[in-house]
Design a protein around this ligand. Structure first.
Ligand code: NAP
Ligand code: MG
Length: 486
Protein backbone atom coordinates (compact mmCIF):
# COMPACT_ATOMS: atom_id res chain seq x y z
CA UNK A 1 0.00 0.00 0.00
CA UNK A 2 1.08 3.56 -0.43
CA UNK A 3 1.60 5.73 2.58
CA UNK A 4 -0.76 8.53 3.39
CA UNK A 5 0.61 12.05 3.45
CA UNK A 6 -1.17 12.62 6.75
CA UNK A 7 0.56 10.93 9.68
CA UNK A 8 -1.22 7.66 10.54
CA UNK A 9 -0.57 8.44 14.17
CA UNK A 10 -2.96 11.34 14.00
CA UNK A 11 -5.50 9.17 12.24
CA UNK A 12 -5.42 6.81 15.23
CA UNK A 13 -6.22 3.62 13.35
CA UNK A 14 -5.10 0.01 13.51
CA UNK A 15 -2.94 -1.39 10.74
CA UNK A 16 -4.53 -4.61 9.50
CA UNK A 17 -3.56 -6.24 6.21
CA UNK A 18 -1.90 -3.03 5.01
CA UNK A 19 -4.95 -0.84 5.62
CA UNK A 20 -5.56 1.70 8.37
CA UNK A 21 -8.79 0.72 10.06
CA UNK A 22 -10.86 1.93 13.01
CA UNK A 23 -11.87 -0.61 15.68
CA UNK A 24 -14.95 -2.61 14.65
CA UNK A 25 -16.82 -1.01 17.55
CA UNK A 26 -15.67 2.49 16.52
CA UNK A 27 -14.45 3.06 20.07
CA UNK A 28 -11.23 4.93 20.76
CA UNK A 29 -8.91 5.55 23.69
CA UNK A 30 -7.55 9.07 24.19
CA UNK A 31 -3.76 9.58 24.25
CA UNK A 32 -2.39 12.15 26.68
CA UNK A 33 0.80 14.11 27.05
CA UNK A 34 1.93 13.32 30.60
CA UNK A 35 3.77 16.64 30.86
CA UNK A 36 0.49 18.54 30.73
CA UNK A 37 -2.30 15.98 30.95
CA UNK A 38 -3.75 17.31 27.69
CA UNK A 39 -5.07 15.07 24.93
CA UNK A 40 -2.82 14.71 21.87
CA UNK A 41 -4.60 12.07 19.83
CA UNK A 42 -6.46 8.81 20.09
CA UNK A 43 -6.11 5.17 19.14
CA UNK A 44 -8.65 2.41 18.56
CA UNK A 45 -10.01 0.52 21.55
CA UNK A 46 -9.78 -2.80 19.77
CA UNK A 47 -11.81 -5.82 20.79
CA UNK A 48 -11.42 -9.55 20.22
CA UNK A 49 -13.06 -9.06 16.80
CA UNK A 50 -10.27 -6.69 15.67
CA UNK A 51 -7.61 -9.02 17.06
CA UNK A 52 -9.20 -11.88 15.18
CA UNK A 53 -9.04 -9.93 11.90
CA UNK A 54 -5.40 -9.08 12.48
CA UNK A 55 -4.49 -12.68 13.34
CA UNK A 56 -6.27 -13.92 10.17
CA UNK A 57 -4.36 -11.36 8.10
CA UNK A 58 -1.06 -12.42 9.67
CA UNK A 59 -1.89 -16.08 9.08
CA UNK A 60 -2.81 -15.50 5.43
CA UNK A 61 0.39 -13.57 4.78
CA UNK A 62 2.47 -16.22 6.56
CA UNK A 63 0.97 -19.14 4.64
CA UNK A 64 1.22 -17.24 1.34
CA UNK A 65 5.00 -17.02 1.72
CA UNK A 66 4.84 -13.34 0.71
CA UNK A 67 7.54 -12.59 3.27
CA UNK A 68 8.84 -15.82 4.69
CA UNK A 69 9.51 -17.53 1.35
CA UNK A 70 11.28 -14.56 -0.22
CA UNK A 71 15.07 -14.53 -0.67
CA UNK A 72 16.89 -13.64 2.55
CA UNK A 73 18.88 -10.86 0.86
CA UNK A 74 15.62 -9.27 -0.35
CA UNK A 75 14.25 -9.32 3.19
CA UNK A 76 17.53 -7.85 4.45
CA UNK A 77 17.18 -4.98 1.98
CA UNK A 78 13.66 -4.23 3.19
CA UNK A 79 14.86 -4.10 6.80
CA UNK A 80 17.64 -1.73 5.76
CA UNK A 81 15.07 0.42 4.01
CA UNK A 82 13.05 0.51 7.24
CA UNK A 83 16.18 1.70 9.07
CA UNK A 84 16.80 4.43 6.48
CA UNK A 85 13.18 5.62 6.66
CA UNK A 86 13.36 5.75 10.47
CA UNK A 87 16.48 7.90 10.14
CA UNK A 88 14.73 10.17 7.63
CA UNK A 89 11.68 10.62 9.88
CA UNK A 90 13.64 10.52 13.14
CA UNK A 91 12.75 13.99 14.28
CA UNK A 92 9.04 13.54 13.73
CA UNK A 93 9.06 10.17 15.54
CA UNK A 94 11.10 11.56 18.45
CA UNK A 95 8.73 14.50 18.88
CA UNK A 96 5.72 12.20 18.85
CA UNK A 97 7.40 9.92 21.42
CA UNK A 98 8.11 12.86 23.72
CA UNK A 99 4.52 14.09 23.41
CA UNK A 100 3.03 10.65 24.06
CA UNK A 101 5.45 9.29 26.68
CA UNK A 102 6.94 12.47 28.18
CA UNK A 103 10.61 11.47 27.91
CA UNK A 104 13.19 14.22 27.26
CA UNK A 105 13.50 14.88 23.52
CA UNK A 106 17.26 14.15 23.70
CA UNK A 107 16.49 10.66 25.00
CA UNK A 108 13.73 10.18 22.41
CA UNK A 109 16.15 11.11 19.61
CA UNK A 110 18.78 8.67 20.91
CA UNK A 111 16.22 5.88 21.20
CA UNK A 112 14.81 6.47 17.71
CA UNK A 113 18.36 6.20 16.31
CA UNK A 114 18.71 2.98 18.30
CA UNK A 115 15.52 1.67 16.68
CA UNK A 116 16.95 2.24 13.21
CA UNK A 117 20.17 0.52 14.28
CA UNK A 118 18.16 -2.49 15.47
CA UNK A 119 16.68 -2.95 11.98
CA UNK A 120 20.17 -2.59 10.50
CA UNK A 121 21.63 -5.12 12.94
CA UNK A 122 18.92 -7.72 12.32
CA UNK A 123 19.04 -7.19 8.55
CA UNK A 124 22.49 -8.80 8.73
CA UNK A 125 21.06 -11.96 10.27
CA UNK A 126 18.55 -12.53 7.43
CA UNK A 127 21.24 -14.11 5.26
CA UNK A 128 22.86 -16.05 8.11
CA UNK A 129 20.10 -18.32 9.38
CA UNK A 130 21.30 -21.87 8.85
CA UNK A 131 20.67 -25.47 9.87
CA UNK A 132 23.21 -28.28 10.18
CA UNK A 133 24.02 -31.53 8.46
CA UNK A 134 24.38 -34.23 11.09
CA UNK A 135 26.14 -37.59 11.00
CA UNK A 136 23.65 -39.93 12.63
CA UNK A 137 24.07 -43.48 14.00
CA UNK A 138 20.67 -44.95 13.12
CA UNK A 139 21.05 -48.21 11.17
CA UNK A 140 21.02 -47.54 7.43
CA UNK A 141 22.42 -44.78 5.29
CA UNK A 142 20.98 -41.33 5.82
CA UNK A 143 21.45 -37.75 4.82
CA UNK A 144 20.26 -35.98 7.99
CA UNK A 145 19.95 -32.25 8.37
CA UNK A 146 18.09 -29.52 10.23
CA UNK A 147 16.08 -26.61 8.86
CA UNK A 148 15.58 -23.43 10.86
CA UNK A 149 12.04 -22.24 10.25
CA UNK A 150 10.04 -19.29 11.57
CA UNK A 151 7.87 -19.89 14.63
CA UNK A 152 4.81 -18.78 12.60
CA UNK A 153 2.36 -16.05 13.58
CA UNK A 154 3.75 -14.06 16.50
CA UNK A 155 1.98 -11.78 18.98
CA UNK A 156 4.11 -8.89 20.24
CA UNK A 157 2.95 -7.02 23.36
CA UNK A 158 4.88 -3.99 24.61
CA UNK A 159 4.85 -1.59 27.61
CA UNK A 160 4.81 2.23 27.70
CA UNK A 161 8.29 3.08 28.99
CA UNK A 162 10.30 3.00 25.72
CA UNK A 163 7.53 2.40 23.17
CA UNK A 164 9.35 2.92 19.88
CA UNK A 165 12.43 0.95 20.99
CA UNK A 166 10.30 -2.02 22.03
CA UNK A 167 8.25 -1.97 18.83
CA UNK A 168 11.47 -1.90 16.74
CA UNK A 169 13.10 -4.72 18.72
CA UNK A 170 10.22 -7.10 18.50
CA UNK A 171 9.19 -6.34 14.91
CA UNK A 172 12.77 -6.46 13.56
CA UNK A 173 13.38 -9.83 15.22
CA UNK A 174 10.08 -11.33 14.08
CA UNK A 175 10.65 -10.14 10.50
CA UNK A 176 14.21 -11.47 10.42
CA UNK A 177 13.01 -14.90 11.50
CA UNK A 178 10.38 -14.82 8.74
CA UNK A 179 7.37 -14.60 11.06
CA UNK A 180 4.21 -12.62 10.48
CA UNK A 181 3.14 -10.67 13.54
CA UNK A 182 0.56 -8.60 15.38
CA UNK A 183 1.85 -5.84 17.67
CA UNK A 184 -0.29 -4.62 20.58
CA UNK A 185 1.40 -1.45 21.88
CA UNK A 186 0.75 -0.11 25.37
CA UNK A 187 -2.57 1.67 25.73
CA UNK A 188 -0.79 4.74 27.14
CA UNK A 189 1.73 5.11 24.27
CA UNK A 190 0.52 3.65 20.95
CA UNK A 191 1.42 6.53 18.61
CA UNK A 192 5.06 5.93 17.67
CA UNK A 193 4.28 2.27 16.86
CA UNK A 194 1.69 3.49 14.35
CA UNK A 195 4.34 5.65 12.71
CA UNK A 196 6.56 2.60 12.52
CA UNK A 197 3.69 0.73 10.86
CA UNK A 198 3.53 3.43 8.20
CA UNK A 199 7.29 3.15 7.66
CA UNK A 200 7.07 -0.64 7.30
CA UNK A 201 4.46 -0.17 4.56
CA UNK A 202 6.59 2.49 2.84
CA UNK A 203 9.60 0.14 2.95
CA UNK A 204 7.67 -2.61 1.19
CA UNK A 205 6.91 -5.08 3.96
CA UNK A 206 4.05 -7.04 2.35
CA UNK A 207 0.48 -6.43 3.53
CA UNK A 208 -0.57 -8.49 6.53
CA UNK A 209 2.97 -9.40 7.58
CA UNK A 210 3.00 -6.79 10.36
CA UNK A 211 -0.33 -5.73 11.85
CA UNK A 212 -0.76 -3.24 14.68
CA UNK A 213 -3.78 -3.49 16.93
CA UNK A 214 -4.18 -0.86 19.66
CA UNK A 215 -6.27 -1.26 22.74
CA UNK A 216 -6.52 -2.28 26.35
CA UNK A 217 -4.33 -5.03 27.71
CA UNK A 218 -7.13 -6.90 29.40
CA UNK A 219 -9.20 -6.86 26.16
CA UNK A 220 -7.02 -6.73 23.01
CA UNK A 221 -3.87 -8.05 24.75
CA UNK A 222 -5.73 -10.88 26.44
CA UNK A 223 -7.46 -11.84 23.16
CA UNK A 224 -4.06 -12.03 21.42
CA UNK A 225 -2.45 -14.03 24.21
CA UNK A 226 -5.28 -16.57 24.15
CA UNK A 227 -5.78 -16.67 20.37
CA UNK A 228 -5.65 -20.28 19.09
CA UNK A 229 -4.06 -19.26 15.77
CA UNK A 230 -1.10 -17.40 17.31
CA UNK A 231 2.00 -19.63 17.51
CA UNK A 232 4.36 -17.50 19.54
CA UNK A 233 4.11 -14.61 21.97
CA UNK A 234 6.82 -12.15 22.88
CA UNK A 235 5.79 -10.01 25.85
CA UNK A 236 7.51 -7.16 27.67
CA UNK A 237 5.84 -5.76 30.75
CA UNK A 238 5.18 -6.43 34.38
CA UNK A 239 5.74 -9.77 36.08
CA UNK A 240 2.07 -9.93 37.11
CA UNK A 241 0.82 -9.60 33.53
CA UNK A 242 3.60 -11.99 32.42
CA UNK A 243 1.99 -14.65 34.58
CA UNK A 244 -1.38 -13.98 32.92
CA UNK A 245 0.25 -14.35 29.50
CA UNK A 246 1.61 -17.77 30.47
CA UNK A 247 -1.86 -18.91 31.56
CA UNK A 248 -3.54 -17.52 28.42
CA UNK A 249 -0.87 -19.07 26.17
CA UNK A 250 -1.42 -22.51 27.67
CA UNK A 251 -4.57 -23.15 25.61
CA UNK A 252 -2.68 -23.86 22.39
CA UNK A 253 0.76 -24.08 24.05
CA UNK A 254 2.18 -21.00 22.34
CA UNK A 255 5.91 -20.52 22.60
CA UNK A 256 6.36 -17.74 25.17
CA UNK A 257 9.15 -15.18 25.68
CA UNK A 258 8.85 -12.81 28.64
CA UNK A 259 10.86 -9.70 29.51
CA UNK A 260 9.53 -8.66 32.90
CA UNK A 261 10.30 -6.45 35.86
CA UNK A 262 13.46 -5.88 37.85
CA UNK A 263 14.77 -4.65 41.19
CA UNK A 264 18.35 -4.41 40.15
CA UNK A 265 21.13 -4.19 42.74
CA UNK A 266 24.16 -1.91 42.49
CA UNK A 267 27.20 -2.84 44.62
CA UNK A 268 29.70 -0.09 45.38
CA UNK A 269 33.07 -0.96 46.95
CA UNK A 270 35.39 1.47 48.78
CA UNK A 271 38.03 1.32 46.02
CA UNK A 272 35.57 2.40 43.30
CA UNK A 273 36.19 5.57 41.30
CA UNK A 274 33.53 7.55 43.12
CA UNK A 275 33.17 10.25 40.46
CA UNK A 276 32.37 7.68 37.82
CA UNK A 277 30.30 5.55 40.18
CA UNK A 278 28.11 8.44 41.36
CA UNK A 279 27.48 9.61 37.79
CA UNK A 280 26.75 6.07 36.59
CA UNK A 281 24.48 5.25 39.53
CA UNK A 282 22.51 8.50 39.07
CA UNK A 283 22.02 7.75 35.39
CA UNK A 284 21.14 4.15 36.25
CA UNK A 285 18.19 5.18 38.42
CA UNK A 286 17.10 8.55 37.00
CA UNK A 287 17.21 7.87 33.24
CA UNK A 288 13.71 7.94 31.75
CA UNK A 289 12.60 9.00 35.27
CA UNK A 290 13.37 5.52 36.55
CA UNK A 291 10.80 3.98 34.24
CA UNK A 292 13.24 1.31 33.10
CA UNK A 293 13.11 -2.39 33.87
CA UNK A 294 16.92 -2.27 34.29
CA UNK A 295 16.94 0.70 36.70
CA UNK A 296 19.44 0.20 39.55
CA UNK A 297 17.08 0.77 42.47
CA UNK A 298 18.87 -0.97 45.37
CA UNK A 299 22.25 0.66 45.92
CA UNK A 300 24.41 -1.35 48.31
CA UNK A 301 27.33 0.83 49.35
CA UNK A 302 30.23 -0.09 51.59
CA UNK A 303 29.86 1.52 55.02
CA UNK A 304 33.19 3.37 54.60
CA UNK A 305 31.94 5.39 51.62
CA UNK A 306 28.21 5.51 52.37
CA UNK A 307 28.08 9.15 53.45
CA UNK A 308 30.43 10.28 50.69
CA UNK A 309 28.36 8.58 47.97
CA UNK A 310 25.11 9.86 49.51
CA UNK A 311 26.46 13.41 49.39
CA UNK A 312 27.58 13.07 45.77
CA UNK A 313 24.29 11.59 44.64
CA UNK A 314 22.44 14.41 46.39
CA UNK A 315 24.51 17.00 44.51
CA UNK A 316 23.84 15.31 41.16
CA UNK A 317 20.12 14.90 41.88
CA UNK A 318 19.75 18.57 42.87
CA UNK A 319 21.39 19.64 39.63
CA UNK A 320 19.00 17.58 37.53
CA UNK A 321 16.26 19.47 35.77
CA UNK A 322 12.76 18.02 35.98
CA UNK A 323 10.34 19.27 33.34
CA UNK A 324 8.54 19.00 30.03
CA UNK A 325 10.61 16.85 27.69
CA UNK A 326 10.75 19.70 25.15
CA UNK A 327 12.31 22.20 27.62
CA UNK A 328 16.02 22.69 27.03
CA UNK A 329 18.31 20.83 29.40
CA UNK A 330 15.62 18.62 30.95
CA UNK A 331 16.99 15.42 32.50
CA UNK A 332 13.79 13.94 33.88
CA UNK A 333 10.41 14.10 32.17
CA UNK A 334 7.16 13.18 33.90
CA UNK A 335 5.98 9.74 34.92
CA UNK A 336 3.57 8.22 32.47
CA UNK A 337 0.29 8.75 34.33
CA UNK A 338 -1.44 9.90 37.50
CA UNK A 339 -1.72 6.23 38.45
CA UNK A 340 2.07 5.78 38.19
CA UNK A 341 2.66 9.03 40.10
CA UNK A 342 0.35 7.85 42.88
CA UNK A 343 2.14 4.51 43.01
CA UNK A 344 5.61 6.07 43.20
CA UNK A 345 4.67 8.69 45.81
CA UNK A 346 2.79 6.03 47.79
CA UNK A 347 5.83 3.72 47.84
CA UNK A 348 8.11 6.58 48.94
CA UNK A 349 5.71 7.56 51.75
CA UNK A 350 5.54 3.93 52.85
CA UNK A 351 9.34 3.65 52.71
CA UNK A 352 9.63 6.63 55.03
CA UNK A 353 7.12 5.01 57.39
CA UNK A 354 9.31 1.88 57.18
CA UNK A 355 12.35 3.78 58.45
CA UNK A 356 13.92 5.39 55.35
CA UNK A 357 15.18 8.95 55.52
CA UNK A 358 15.10 11.18 52.48
CA UNK A 359 18.62 12.08 51.32
CA UNK A 360 17.35 14.06 48.35
CA UNK A 361 14.01 14.56 46.56
CA UNK A 362 10.91 12.76 47.80
CA UNK A 363 8.29 15.18 46.48
CA UNK A 364 6.38 16.05 43.38
CA UNK A 365 7.20 19.48 41.98
CA UNK A 366 4.41 22.03 42.15
CA UNK A 367 3.33 22.06 38.49
CA UNK A 368 0.80 20.30 36.24
CA UNK A 369 1.80 16.92 34.79
CA UNK A 370 2.93 13.77 36.55
CA UNK A 371 6.39 14.84 37.71
CA UNK A 372 8.39 13.41 40.61
CA UNK A 373 11.77 14.57 41.93
CA UNK A 374 14.88 12.41 41.63
CA UNK A 375 14.90 10.72 45.01
CA UNK A 376 17.45 8.86 47.11
CA UNK A 377 16.44 7.34 50.43
CA UNK A 378 18.43 5.62 53.16
CA UNK A 379 17.70 1.99 53.91
CA UNK A 380 14.31 1.20 55.42
CA UNK A 381 13.84 -1.89 57.63
CA UNK A 382 14.89 -5.08 55.85
CA UNK A 383 12.00 -6.61 53.94
CA UNK A 384 10.18 -3.26 53.47
CA UNK A 385 7.96 -3.06 50.36
CA UNK A 386 10.12 -0.31 48.82
CA UNK A 387 13.05 -2.76 48.83
CA UNK A 388 11.07 -5.65 47.34
CA UNK A 389 8.75 -4.18 44.71
CA UNK A 390 9.69 -2.60 41.44
CA UNK A 391 9.00 1.15 41.77
CA UNK A 392 9.35 2.23 38.12
CA UNK A 393 10.11 5.79 39.20
CA UNK A 394 13.23 7.90 39.98
CA UNK A 395 13.67 6.43 43.45
CA UNK A 396 16.48 4.36 44.97
CA UNK A 397 17.48 3.20 48.43
CA UNK A 398 21.04 3.41 49.70
CA UNK A 399 21.88 0.38 51.84
CA UNK A 400 25.22 0.18 53.74
CA UNK A 401 27.21 -3.08 53.88
CA UNK A 402 30.49 -4.30 55.37
CA UNK A 403 30.73 -7.97 54.41
CA UNK A 404 31.02 -9.21 50.82
CA UNK A 405 29.19 -12.51 51.31
CA UNK A 406 26.39 -10.72 53.10
CA UNK A 407 25.98 -8.13 50.35
CA UNK A 408 25.85 -10.84 47.67
CA UNK A 409 23.15 -12.58 49.70
CA UNK A 410 21.17 -9.33 49.99
CA UNK A 411 21.63 -8.50 46.29
CA UNK A 412 20.25 -11.93 45.38
CA UNK A 413 17.43 -11.73 47.91
CA UNK A 414 14.77 -10.75 45.37
CA UNK A 415 12.26 -12.46 43.09
CA UNK A 416 13.83 -10.55 40.18
CA UNK A 417 17.11 -11.04 38.31
CA UNK A 418 17.28 -8.68 35.37
CA UNK A 419 20.47 -6.66 35.89
CA UNK A 420 23.16 -5.77 38.43
CA UNK A 421 26.06 -3.33 38.58
CA UNK A 422 29.36 -3.66 40.45
CA UNK A 423 31.63 -0.69 41.03
CA UNK A 424 35.20 -1.59 42.07
CA UNK A 425 38.75 -1.29 40.71
CA UNK A 426 39.56 -4.84 41.91
CA UNK A 427 39.13 -7.00 38.82
CA UNK A 428 39.12 -10.18 40.91
CA UNK A 429 36.12 -9.01 42.96
CA UNK A 430 34.41 -7.66 39.83
CA UNK A 431 34.56 -10.90 37.86
CA UNK A 432 33.89 -13.12 40.87
CA UNK A 433 30.76 -11.15 41.68
CA UNK A 434 29.73 -11.19 38.02
CA UNK A 435 29.41 -14.95 38.55
CA UNK A 436 27.75 -14.85 41.95
CA UNK A 437 25.03 -12.26 41.33
CA UNK A 438 21.93 -13.88 39.85
CA UNK A 439 20.95 -11.59 37.00
CA UNK A 440 20.80 -11.77 33.22
CA UNK A 441 22.89 -8.62 32.67
CA UNK A 442 25.93 -7.62 34.72
CA UNK A 443 27.64 -4.24 34.44
CA UNK A 444 31.17 -3.82 35.79
CA UNK A 445 31.97 -0.13 36.33
CA UNK A 446 29.13 0.96 34.07
CA UNK A 447 25.33 0.88 34.03
CA UNK A 448 22.47 0.72 31.53
CA UNK A 449 24.65 -0.54 28.67
CA UNK A 450 22.48 -2.66 26.37
CA UNK A 451 23.77 -3.71 22.97
CA UNK A 452 21.60 -5.57 20.50
CA UNK A 453 24.35 -8.07 19.76
CA UNK A 454 24.28 -9.28 23.40
CA UNK A 455 21.48 -11.46 24.76
CA UNK A 456 19.12 -9.46 26.98
CA UNK A 457 16.81 -11.00 29.56
CA UNK A 458 16.24 -12.00 33.12
CA UNK A 459 16.96 -14.67 35.69
CA UNK A 460 14.20 -15.80 38.04
CA UNK A 461 10.90 -13.90 37.71
CA UNK A 462 12.42 -11.28 35.41
CA UNK A 463 11.51 -13.42 32.46
CA UNK A 464 11.75 -16.37 30.13
CA UNK A 465 14.17 -16.45 27.22
CA UNK A 466 16.30 -13.70 25.75
CA UNK A 467 15.93 -10.86 23.29
CA UNK A 468 18.67 -9.43 21.06
CA UNK A 469 21.59 -11.24 19.47
CA UNK A 470 21.37 -14.72 18.02
CA UNK A 471 19.51 -15.99 21.08
CA UNK A 472 16.84 -13.35 20.58
CA UNK A 473 16.43 -14.37 16.95
CA UNK A 474 16.26 -18.05 17.89
CA UNK A 475 13.25 -17.31 20.09
CA UNK A 476 11.34 -16.68 16.83
CA UNK A 477 12.69 -19.78 15.05
CA UNK A 478 12.03 -23.49 15.37
CA UNK A 479 14.10 -26.45 14.25
CA UNK A 480 12.95 -29.17 11.86
CA UNK A 481 14.98 -32.40 11.63
CA UNK A 482 14.98 -34.10 8.22
CA UNK A 483 16.01 -37.76 7.70
CA UNK A 484 16.57 -38.80 4.10
CA UNK A 485 17.21 -42.54 3.55
CA UNK A 486 19.78 -42.91 0.78
P1 NAP B 1 2.03 -4.11 31.94
O1 NAP B 1 0.91 -3.56 32.67
O2 NAP B 1 2.47 -5.50 32.24
O3 NAP B 1 1.66 -3.96 30.40
C1 NAP B 1 2.49 -4.38 29.36
C2 NAP B 1 1.64 -4.64 28.14
O4 NAP B 1 0.77 -5.75 28.39
C3 NAP B 1 0.74 -3.48 27.75
O5 NAP B 1 0.62 -3.43 26.35
C4 NAP B 1 -0.56 -3.88 28.40
O6 NAP B 1 -1.70 -3.23 27.87
C5 NAP B 1 -0.58 -5.36 28.14
N1 NAP B 1 -1.46 -6.13 29.01
C6 NAP B 1 -1.99 -5.77 30.21
N2 NAP B 1 -2.78 -6.76 30.69
C7 NAP B 1 -2.76 -7.75 29.77
C8 NAP B 1 -3.36 -9.05 29.69
N3 NAP B 1 -4.17 -9.51 30.66
N4 NAP B 1 -3.11 -9.81 28.61
C9 NAP B 1 -2.29 -9.36 27.62
N5 NAP B 1 -1.70 -8.16 27.64
C10 NAP B 1 -1.92 -7.36 28.71
O7 NAP B 1 3.33 -3.26 32.10
P2 NAP B 1 3.43 -1.68 32.00
O8 NAP B 1 2.85 -1.13 33.24
O9 NAP B 1 2.91 -1.19 30.72
O10 NAP B 1 5.02 -1.51 31.94
C11 NAP B 1 5.80 -1.51 33.06
C12 NAP B 1 6.38 -2.88 33.34
O11 NAP B 1 7.10 -3.39 32.22
C13 NAP B 1 7.36 -2.84 34.46
O12 NAP B 1 7.08 -3.84 35.39
C14 NAP B 1 8.70 -3.11 33.81
O13 NAP B 1 9.67 -3.70 34.57
C15 NAP B 1 8.33 -3.94 32.64
N6 NAP B 1 9.35 -3.80 31.60
C16 NAP B 1 10.20 -4.83 31.38
C17 NAP B 1 11.19 -4.74 30.42
C18 NAP B 1 12.13 -5.88 30.15
O14 NAP B 1 12.71 -5.92 29.08
N7 NAP B 1 12.33 -6.81 31.05
C19 NAP B 1 11.28 -3.59 29.66
C20 NAP B 1 10.40 -2.54 29.91
C21 NAP B 1 9.43 -2.68 30.88
P3 NAP B 1 -2.16 -1.82 28.53
O15 NAP B 1 -1.20 -0.83 28.04
O16 NAP B 1 -3.55 -1.60 28.07
O17 NAP B 1 -2.09 -2.00 30.03
MG1 MG C 1 0.54 9.23 26.36
Amino acid sequence: MTSTSESPASLGRNLIEGRWQAAASGETIACFNPSSGSQIGSAPASSAADVDRAVSAARRSFESGAWTARAPNWRAQILQKVAALIDQQADEIAQLETRDNGMPITLARALVATGAETFRYFSGWCTKIRGETVQISAPGDFHAYTLREPAGVAALITPWNVPFTMACNKIATALTAGCSAILKPAEETPLSALMLGDILMQAGVPEGVINIVCGRGNVAGAALAAHPDVDKISFTGSTDVGRKIVVAAAGNLKRVSLELGGKSPVLVFPDADLDQAAAGIARGIFSNSGQACIAGSRIFVHQKIHDELAARLAVIARQMKVGDGFEAGVNLGPLISQRQLDRVSGLVAEGVRDGSQVIVGGNRPDRPGYFFEPTILTAPRPGARILREEIFGPVANLIPFTDIDDVVRQANDTQYGLAAAIWTRDIGIAHRLARRVKAGNIWLNCQLVVDRSMAFGGYKQSGWGRENGLEGLEAFLQTKSVYAAL
